[in-house]
Design a protein around this ligand. Structure first.
Ligand code: DSN
Length: 440
């Protein structure tokens, strides 16, 4: 024990709560599309000594001494990430996906420039221009949507808006969209007006990494992502490019020099909008990237798609209205209006049975974002736990029983017990012990 830690006892208050959270994760069925379970070694790296180190700057160019090992860690993370996506440049320092997008905007645009993204109410993301977010406050945000008849991106509308408004940047990517993207078409539109294309692949990144979805790097100038969704790493963000290029809009570095995009992006992350990087998280990112480069992860990504398709089919067979009729990726968006339920009610009722998902606006929703008409269901986390396509029907049956008996706590209680029994066959972190007291 170090001298100044002597007075400290183990903080049972906090660790009991952490144990309770472990039990919650173990017992339940986790269907939040943006969540996953990292490996133990990813968590070990996250809870490790690089958390003690300041390392402002980049490998070989730090503002602090003693960064030689940190440099090796960060370089390893960068090199592994570049290999995964066949990228030529990457920045692993963004603390989150929102930070990654903030840096891209800072590097590429001037305040007041026009951007064009998928409407949040149609499946887009806050950082793609929502008025509540920096992206909608500092930039002039325009939106495209999905077609009412098909639920798929309305590329004609995107193109018409782009031609009329001439945004400087077109953003593709979503947080609640179950179909693949036509990056080629978006790039053609962008080229016709001299715009940049940012692909935010936070959700499907793991599937893209393994070639199971279209490759955004072929057509999009810049690609951002989180690392904790399908990529199954620690919570964090990343920015990548396959080909570097000079910023076409004359954005300069702090010294007034025109620089390649890679340099401007690095400067935008630090010192532009972050200080010291979270090197313990970067170490955990490196571990996760190493896992993604394995064949085991390839099989995992393939299983995600098989599970999502089996689950979508099971929902459709029970009369659920899936936006776009199905899925190409890891998630599905369900309109519950034909079941006379709101998203809020569904989420809260399923929570009682320890089935966790989130309410979500559906395209052309008539309810507020706090109520919503839909739910978003994703399979990355249950796939990590080892569930296969043959288990998807069981889960949909349990969800359906809960939703069709929303007022019947006794029936929901029975499902909750079934959920616990079912998930015992898919142990989560068996290496971690839970104290009796925390299980009460
Ligand atoms: N909050 C994330 C999601 O659930 O998709 C997006 O940032």
């Amino acid at each position: 024990m170090l001298p100044y830690f002597c007075a400290m006892q183990k903080d049972t208050q906090v660790f009991d709560l952490i144990n309770k959270e472990l039990e919650r994760q173990r017992n339940g069925i986790e269907l939040i599309a943006s969540e996953n379970f990292t490996s133990l070694q990813v968590m070990q790296a996250m809870g490790s000594v690089p958390t003690n180190k300041y390392a402002e700057g980049y490998p070989g160019k730090r503002f602090y001494g003693g960064c030689e090992v940190i440099d090796e860690i960060e370089t390893l993370a960068i090199e592994r990430l570049k290999k995964i996506f066949n990228a030529s440049w990457a920045n692993v320092q963004p603390h989150s996906g929102a930070q990654a997008n903030t840096a891209v905007f800072l590097a590429c645009l001037k305040p007041g420039d026009k951007i064009l993204g998928l409407d949040l109410s149609m499946g887009g993301h806050l950082t793609h221009g929502s008025p509540a977010n920096f992206s909608g406050k500092n930039y002039q945000a325009l939106f495209y949507g999905v077609k009412k008849e098909t639920g798929t991106v309305d590329y004609d509308h995107l193109e018409a808006t782009a031609q009329k408004e001439k945004p400087k940047m077109i953003i593709c990517g979503a947080s609640a969209y179950s179909r693949d993207w036509d990056y080629k078409r978006i790039r053609e539109v962008a080229d016709s007006i001299g715009a940049l294309v940012l692909a935010d692949i936070a959700h499907p990144a793991g599937l893209i990494a393994k070639g199971l979805l279209n490759d955004p790097f072929e057509y999009c100038h810049i690609v951002s992502s989180t690392t904790h969704k399908t990529l199954r790493g620690p919570r964090g963000g990343i920015i990548m490019m396959r080909n570097d290029f000079d910023n076409p809009f004359g954005v300069k570095d702090p010294k007034g020099n025109i620089r390649p995009m890679s340099a401007l992006l690095d400067l935008a992350v630090f010192p532009g909008m972050q200080g010291g990087p979270l090197e313990h998280v970067i170490a955990a990112k490196a571990v996760a990237f190493g896992e993604i480069l394995t064949d085991d992860y390839t099989r995992y990504a393939q299983q995600i798609i098989q599970n999502a398709q089996a689950m979508a089919k099971a929902f459709v067979s029970k009369g659920y209205d899936l936006i776009s009729g199905g899925t190409d990726n890891h998630l599905m968006l369900i309109d519950l209006r034909n079941k006379n339920l709101t998203g809020k009610k569904a989420q809260e009722t399923l929570d009682k049975a320890h089935i966790t998902l989130n309410k979500n606006a559906v395209p052309f929703d008539d309810k507020s974002p706090f109520i919503t008409s839909g739910i978003r269901v994703g399979v990355p986390a249950i796939t990590t736990r080892g569930l296969k396509q043959e288990h998807m029907q069981t889960i949909v049956d349990m969800i359906d029983t809960v939703l069709t008996n929303a007022g019947d706590d006794q029936k929901i209680g029975v499902v909750k017990n079934d959920v616990h029994e079912f998930m015992k066959d898919f142990p989560l972190y068996p290496e971690l012990e839970v104290k009796e007291t925390a299980m009460a």
